[in-house]
Write a protein that binds this ligand. Structure first.
Ligand code: CS2
Ligand code: MG
Length: 403
């Protein structure tokens, strides 16, 4: 099953996506998401200039060997660009293997362990009242888990509050990042009121999640976790910036609010201590940024040994190719927790035809051979790349802070 063609497709149906398409001599094709929000062209170049020449002529069935060859053969290891590039190759090869076997990839991963993949939606609003109302809208649409994010009184903008209603897109087109202002004390005073208002309005019959988005110190995160305990959060996400892994010990000492972390991690070595010391409850690593299905399985299997559940990232800057691949893992692993699901725009769905579907608060993966997703290259070509950046965040005194 020799690799005859390797193409990197950059398209921008409202936002930039990078997709790798591998074709074998026999005409089997596979796709892999290679999107890294705000640094897309770095991955496109890594694949085009450094990986594509090494793939041509290789046996597409040798997924493990190709993974190790690209990982160890580069000498320079890990990091979001490298691991996203390797992820795209890995995902495309699993797609091909499923097609060659005539099975959906989840069958190659041991079959379905559950009927569907529980997902959570993103309710957000510029004010507390708007955010609370949005939670209700998601519950009305059958979601059993909802993340709530709200504007913070006294702050012009904050993470997670979209410009539109449904499609939250944090990157903005332009030659410079947008700059936002943050004040931790205003947020810490406000967040417990938001949780209280949501539970007051909608009760405890659904999972409530919240994303701190890396912005607190460990003791501030411990304070928020304690304050959140009466509201029974399903998880408090990214409470601190992920480099300070010891910081999660301090949080653990103060609160029983479950912790989720990992969307910015890209290898098992980034998170194995958090898992083995049981400092977190959900690991958020994804197919597209953590080395593909092959590597993500290793992370999930280690997590299972320590009762840490999966909770993969699934924002709109991860393409339907990533989501399709994620669902095949989500539905088959023993320690599945939840899958983030931000529906893509109709333009994006048209560029990436897929068979997964939303049903009764869950996503159901396709049953056709492979991953059940593709890229319409003709349509993709109509949306040229558009430079865009994630925001840069500053404190009120101008100090750069975590966004
Ligand atoms: C967020 C993302 O979905 C999440 O939990 O953290 O929206 C994240 O900000 C974006 O994926 C960054 O590109
Ligand atoms: Mg997040």
């Amino acid at each position: 099953m020799k690799i005859a063609d390797v193409r990197v497709i950059v398209t921008c149906p409202g936002r930039n996506f990078v997709t790798l398409k591998i074709t074998t001599e026999s005409g089997l094709t596979g796709v892999g998401d290679a999107t890294l929000n705000g640094r897309e062209l770095a991955v496109a170049s890594y694949l085009n200039d450094h990986v594509r020449p090494l793939l041509l002529g290789r046996d597409a069935s040798q997924i493990n060997d190709i993974w190790q060859y690209l990982y160890k053969g580069a000498y320079w290891r890990r990091g979001p660009v490298t691991m996203t590039a390797i992820a795209a190759v890995d995902t495309a090869l699993w797609d091909i293997k499923g097609k060659a076997a005539g099975m959906p990839v989840y069958q190659l991963l041991g079959g379905k362990a559950r009927e569907g993949v529980l997902v959570y939606g993103h309710a957000n609003g510029a004010t507390l009242d708007e955010a609370v109302a949005e939670v209700g809208r998601f519950l009305d649409r059958g979601y059993r888990a909802v993340r709530v994010q709200s504007g913070v009184p006294g702050l012009a903008a904050t993470y997670g509050v979209g410009k539109g209603r449904d499609f939250y897109e944090p990157a903005t087109a332009g030659t410079r990042p947008e700059e936002t202002v943050w004040a931790t004390e205003k947020y810490l005073d406000f967040a417990p009121k938001l949780f209280d208002a949501v539970r007051e309005a909608h009760g405890f019959g659904f999972h409530l999640l919240h994303d701190v988005h890396h912005r607190l110190t460990p003791i501030e995160a411990a304070r928020l976790g304690k304050a959140a305990e009466p509201y029974r959060l399903f998880w408090l996400e990214d409470p601190i910036s992920e480099e300070l892994q010891e910081g999660f010990r301090l949080i653990r000492r103060h609160t029983v609010t479950p912790i989720a972390v990992g969307e910015v991690y890209n290898s098992i070595w980034d998170c194995h201590r958090l898992i083995t010391e049981q400092l977190i409850d959900y690991i958020r690593t994804t197919v597209v940024h953590a080395g593909g299905i092959t590597h993500l399985r290793r992370i999930f299997d280690l997590a299972a040994l320590y009762h840490v559940k999966t909770g993969s990232h699934g924002a709109t800057d991860l393409s339907p190719v990533c989501m399709a691949a994620a669902l095949h893992l989500d539905i088959s692993v023993p320690n599945f927790g939840i899958q983030e699901y931000m529906p893509h725009t109709p333009e994006t769905d048209a560029v990436f035809p897929h068979s997964y579907r939303f049903e009764d608060g869950m996503l159901i993966p396709g049953d056709e051979p492979g991953l059940g997703v593709d890229i319409d290259e003709e349509l993709a070509a109509r949306y040229p790349y558009r430079q865009a950046y994630l925001p840069v965040n500053r404190l009120e005194d101008g100090t750069v802070h975590d966004w």
